[in-house]
Design a protein around this ligand. Sequence first.
Ligand SMILES: Cc1cc2nc3c(=O)[nH]c(=O)nc-3n(C[C@H](O)[C@H](O)[C@H](O)COP(=O)(O)O)c2cc1C
Length: 205
Amino acid sequence: MTTEHGKIAKLSVDDISVPGTEVSVYQALYQRRMAWHFKDEEVPESALERMLEVAVWAPNHRLTEPWRFFVVSRAIPLRQTLGDQAYEVSMERRGDPKRAENTRRSILDAPVLIYVYCVPGANEEATQENYASVSCASHNISLAGVAEGLAVTWETGGATRHPNLNKTLGAEEGWTLVTMLSVGFPAESPAAFRTPVNNFLHWHK
Ligand SMILES: Cc1cc2nc3c(=O)[nH]c(=O)nc-3n(C[C@H](O)[C@H](O)[C@H](O)COP(=O)(O)O)c2cc1C
């Protein structure tokens, strides 16, 4: 939103009407799961809007706001192009038409796709910080998804590696894709395991 002077109007946190949810922060953190099969059910646009709105409240050093989002609805010609590109990369990498077709189908069938990009910073350090911030923003989307009953699945593999992807979506050449998120009501409840944190922890007391 721009003001009459052409400046982007900033939101204060005091302007936000926080969506109500029964899900606690800890529930969202533990119960968030990625899914690879989705119900054939529309994702309400209002839910998507809430998830995207919360994305930009991720921490970002020097308030660079380095995220850029491209939401792609299902059954539009752009999906076909993205599916064809994913097929092409898979064939180039693995040469297996069946596998490549599965990749194409996953792009065509996901109820909603969100491509999350990071803009470069003024130097390498700032670019690295930007990438970290965009990861946080993507995770905000995933966590808000729990409150909406939606699974949000990250993909950084071949389906996101076509050399023309930025052009296809309308992203600038220098932007880096951080993740492609498939969003939908999950048709599965994948089991989840983690190694307890004590195995990775050095606590200097
Ligand atoms: C940076 C990142 C990239 C990922 N890329 C892929 C991917 O390309 N393909 C895939 O199947 N899952 C991908 N995942 C999802 C992980 O496989 C998933 O987090 C893991 O299976 C654990 O599932 P959970 O997060 O639901 O516990 C990615 C996750 C992250 C954080």
